[in-house]
Design a binder for this molecule. Structure first.
Ligand code: GDP
Ligand code: IMO
Ligand code: MG
Length: 434
């Protein structure tokens, strides 16, 4: 029995969707443990492109059970839209999706609160996805949130909802925001949504415990990335959930003793959407060119992603907080055209080398990256399936990253499709999925 976590080792959009879809064939369950429809996980199957936001990417594999764990925040409208999108192409969602009765529910007023918070004077805007994610987690931690199970208890749902809605209205009035929201109509709509998801709702911790007892294998699909983790990321420029490995346990009810390995997904360079410190960001034309080459535009919001060079200290840090066993490096082919590839091997602040990741965003903004320059291979890696078939200089680049980070590079992605992937024979990655 092997239960494995796949998560983003940078600031999100590393290619987790592609990797999870690829590995899902070796697992019985694919489980989301945090975040919500702020995620955008792209999967290509032949000509067909899917962008999964809330439903685990494993849903695309026939026979795989998909679970939305208790740590996820669920916008029921977005969930039902995503189900419809998948059902339209013949995927049996209802027969394979399980939704935790303990997951918290996002309501339209959460988006209103987010808008207020982002626009507030003297508050640094985070550049969120505007999906109401942060305010929903605020209500969760504030112990006033509404969970999926509450939707099925009409009387208490009405009271909880009305109280929460009144709070939000009072808050909006304080900020002189007068949006016309028909709160009662929304409540009715959610009661109706609840009926539509009812057959899929259960105690997913129990479901997974039973599955493990029966020898089934579980793949945990991380959303966002480790540097967006609410504790370990570049706070406050983070999301509001635990995107690191620990979140897989708290967000599903599966104990740490049941987890057998952690796979980090990282681009061969790095990107970030939204605001916040970014030591290796490439400004100007070189950044534009990488964005174009990698098609770096947000899968959810369409915003241009900021691009930068591979950051070794950052990767070592995320390897530490996640206990990464192995790395799968994606989008190597995006670097094909470059004559030279800088790699950040250290950080300095005020000319002095630092060895720890700074805790404040102000200190992170002061980082002066130390680079080494790697010769580019200037030939195509696209679709290559064996490490030995990569251009020699691409092999050297990867071997260099492996040595600098101290983490095995067990796999390499050389294109967006399932089969455009190298899994290195004898690697820990191969053993974890084998
Ligand atoms: P996620 O949020 O981590 O699942 O990543 P996204 O789906 O938001 O962004 C990754 C993008 O890169 C998607 O458009 C993928 O189809 C694409 N992609 C993934 N792996 C590769 C690769 O190896 N090469 C190229 N060219 N594109 C890739
Ligand atoms: P996937 O799973 C990249 C970023 C937002 C913003 C910050 C907070 O596709 O990798 P939020 O709406 O979560 O409160 O926004 O986090 N962000 C992501 N960036 N990939 C994601 O998901 C992201 N989800 C949120 O841009 O900076
Ligand atoms: Mg994404």
């Amino acid at each position: 029995m092997q239960n494995i976590i796949v998560l983003g080792a940078q600031w999100g959009d590393e290619g987790k969707g592609k990797v999870v879809d690829l590995l899902a064939e070796h697992f019985d369950f694919v489980v989301r443990y945090q975040g919500g429809h702020n995620a955008g996980h792209t999967v290509y199957i032949g000509e067909k492109k899917f962008v999964l936001k809330l439903i685990p990417s494993g849903i695309l594999r026939p026979g795989v059970q998909a679970v939305i764990g208790n740590g996820v925040v669920v916008d029921l409208g977005a969930l039902l839209d995503e189900m419809t999108m998948l059902e339209k192409v013949g995927i049996d969602v209802r027969g394979h999706l399980h939704i935790s009765n303990r997951a918290h529910v996002i309501f339209p007023f959460h988006r209103l609160v987010e808008k207020m918070s982002e626009a507030r004077e003297n508050r640094i805007p985070i550049g969120t996805t505007s999906r109401g994610i942060g305010p929903c987690y605020e209500d969760k931690t504030g112990r006033r949130g509404i969970r999926v199970a509450d939707l099925f208890d009409p009387e208490s749902f009405r009271t909880m909802y009305d109280t929460l809605a009144e709070d939000k209205q009072a808050l909006a009035a304080t900020f002189n925001i007068h949006e016309t929201i028909d709160y009662a109509q929304i409540r009715h709509q959610y009661e109706e949504f609840a009926e539509r998801i009812r057959p899929m709702v259960c105690d997913t911790a129990e479901l997974l415990a039973k599955a493990m007892s029966a020898g089934k294998r579980i793949l945990f699909e991380g959303a966002q990335g480790s540097m967006l983790d609410v504790d370990h990321g570049t706070y406050p420029f983070v999301t509001s959930s635990s995107a690191t490995a620990g979140g897989a346990c708290t967000g599903t009810g599966v104990a740490p003793t049941k987890i057998n390995g952690v796979i980090g997904v990282s681009k061969a360079y790095i990107t970030r959407v939204g605001s916040g410190p970014f030591p290796t960001e490439i400004h100007g034309e070189a950044g534009e060119s990488l964005r174009k080459e990698g098609n770096e535009f947000g899968a959810v919001t369409g915003r241009p992603r900021r691009c930068g060079w591979f950051d070794v200290p950052l990767l070592k840090y995320t390897a530490m907080v996640n206990g990464l066993d192995t790395l799968l490096i994606t989008k190597l082919d995006v670097l094909d055209h470059l004559a030279e590839i800088p790699v950040c091997i250290g950080y300095k602040i005020d000319g002095k080398a630092i060895t720890e990741m700074p805790a404040t965003y102000r200190a992170m903004e002061a980082i002066e990256p130390v680079y080494v320059t790697h010769p580019g291979w200037k030939s195509s890696c696209r679709g290559i399936k064996r490490f030995e078939d990569l251009p020699k200089l691409a092999q050297t680049y990867l071997n260099h990253l492996e040595k600098l980070t101290g983490i095995e590079i067990g796999g390499v992605s050389t294109g967006p499709e399932r089969n455009e992937t190298i899994i290195r024979p004898g690697s820990k990655l191969e053993k974890l999925i084998g």
